[in-house]
Design a protein around this ligand. Structure first.
Ligand code: GDP
Ligand code: IMO
Ligand code: MG
Length: 434
């Protein structure tokens, strides 16, 4: 049995979509376990270039069952657009199922997201994707949420929506905004039921059958540990848990079923949105990382904040997620740098620390760097460890050491096959090749 969780080890956008797309070729099932269409998972393969928001990155394999898990919040409007785009590229989506227990992002959630963000003082803005993620999870936690399964039960839906719309309207009244009409929402939901109703199922039997049959299952996370609701840079976080511990709950399987956890990590750091980011560069090197790495948000198009690799943050991520292997991405972006810095500690109020402090202290942390020589040659054609320049291998060794985790995969380009697969990868932590 191989159940592999693939999660972001940094601030998001590490290349999870790219890694799941590759691993997905060998998977029987791929389950997105949390988040919503705030995700932007870029996949480049024979079908084209895709920025997947809600659809699991295993969709390109018709024999792979893809599930949007219970831990997700789903905007049916956005999902329908995304399905249209994927299908237009010749990809079948008949293999996509949606958990009836996943919550619905209603049209008023993105609206509330925008209003709440605007109401925050500028310095306190989270920089959300304005996809309504926070308000949808808020309704879930407050037990007034609408779930996908409710779309299939009109009488029950009316009860649920009455509660949810009343609350939304209490907020809109505070903001002096037009109120939401319950009947309009009922009609909208009826339209969604017609269009996606056939995909909404109890996913437990599907997942149970896959696990019982020893199938190869991937659990696809969204965002990264530094934006985790509990363990990230609160309050500059998302409203769900991207860490591997939540993969079991969000996907609907026992924690003991997970056999490996792959941490996807860029060879440098990026972050989009507010909050502390100790390694952020405001100089020419930062701009070069952004230019070469094309560091612009896949969902919002915002320029990503860029910096050197953060060895303190990776140690924290490795502990919390229990990584069994790393997938290091975007190594090729560093190909033309003469010198590459790695943060190995922080300086906080004059003291050197090796742990990640909580948000207010993190704001005052300064990175302590060590310098590594660049390799000044292209890595894009490397497919085996020995193909990589010696200096690149030394740099990767250091990343692995700081994480305390072996490297299973090294990505040297955004396209599916631009990947170095370590010989041990399929023994230790990834689904077996078919
Ligand atoms: P995700 O949200 O974790 O799936 O990551 P995103 O798709 O938001 O951001 C990763 C970006 O890096 C995308 O534009 C990918 O196409 C690109 N990418 C992924 N891996 C590599 C790589 O190894 N090299 C380069 N140059 N680009 C990569
Ligand atoms: P993927 O899956 C990068 C950031 C936002 C904001 C914070 C909360 O592509 O890695 P939210 O809309 O979730 O309430 O915003 O999290 N954020 C992301 N940053 N990649 C993402 O997804 C993100 N999803 C949310 O910028 O700071
Ligand atoms: Mg992304």
């Amino acid at each position: 049995m191989a159940v592999t969780a693939v999660v972001g080890a940094q601030w998001g956008d590490e290349g999870k979509g790219r890694v799941v797309d590759w691993l997905g070729q060998r998977a029987d099932m791929v389950i997105r376990f949390q988040g919503g269409d705030n995700a932007g998972h870029t996949v480049i393969n024979d079908f084209g270039l895709f920025k997947l928001h809600m659809v699991p990155s295993g969709i390109f394999n018709p024999d792979t069952v893809c599930i949007v898990g219970t831990g997700c919040v789903v905007n049916p409007e956005g999902l329908l657009i995304e399905l249209g785009e994927v299908e237009a590229a010749g990809v079948t989506t008949d293999n996509l199922w949606l958990s009836s227990r996943a919550h619905v992002v209603m049209p008023y959630h993105p609206q509330l997201d925008g209003l709440q963000e605007r109401a925050r003082a500028e310095a306190q803005q989270i920089g959300t994707t304005k996809r309504g993620i926070g308000p949808a999870y808020t309704d879930k936690a407050a037990r007034r949420g609408v779930r996908l399964g409710d779309l299939l039960r009109p009488a029950w839906l009316r009860e649920r929506l009455t509660l949810a719309v009343a609350y939304a309207n209490s907020r809109f009244a505070e903001y002096n905004e037009p109120l939401v009409d319950l009947e309009v929402m009922m009609t909208t939901c009826a339209g969604w039921a017609d269009q996606i109703g056939h995909r909404i199922v109890d996913t437990v039997p599907l997942v149970r059958a896959a696990i019982s049959a020893d199938q190869r299952v991937l659990l696809e996370g969204q965002l990264g540990v530094m934006r985790d609701l509990d363990w990230g840079i609160y309050p500059y976080v998302t409203s769900s848990n991207p860490t591997a511990a939540y993969a079991a709950a969000g996907a609907g399987l026992p924690p003991s079923a997970i056999t490996s956890v792959i941490g996807v990590v860029k060879a440098y750091s990026t972050s989009v949105g507010g909050g502390p980011f100790p390694c952020e560069l405001h100089d020419a090197a930062g701009q070069r990382l952004r230019d070469i790495g094309l560091e612009y948000g896949a969902t919002t198009g915002r320029p990503r904040r860029c910096g050197w690799f953060d060895g303190v943050a990776i140690g924290y991520a490795a502990w919390l997620n229990g990584f069994t292997g790393l997938a290091v991405t975007k190594l090729d972006v560093l190909d033309t740098f003469n010198e590459i810095l790695v943060c190995t500690a922080y300086k906080l109020d004059g003291e050197i620390i090796h742990h990640l402090p909580d948000t207010p202290d993190q704001e005052r942390c300064e990175p302590v760097y060590e310098a590594w020589p660049g390799w000044n040659e292209p890595t894009i054609d490397a497919r085996r460890w020995d193909d990589l320049p010696k200096a690149a291998r030394s740099f990767l060794h250091r990343i692995s050491e700081l994480a305390g985790v072996p490297i299973d995969f090294i990505s040297v380009g955004p396209e599916r096959d631009r990947l170095v697969v370590m010989d041990h990868a399929f023994n230790a932590s990834a689904p077996e090749a078919s």
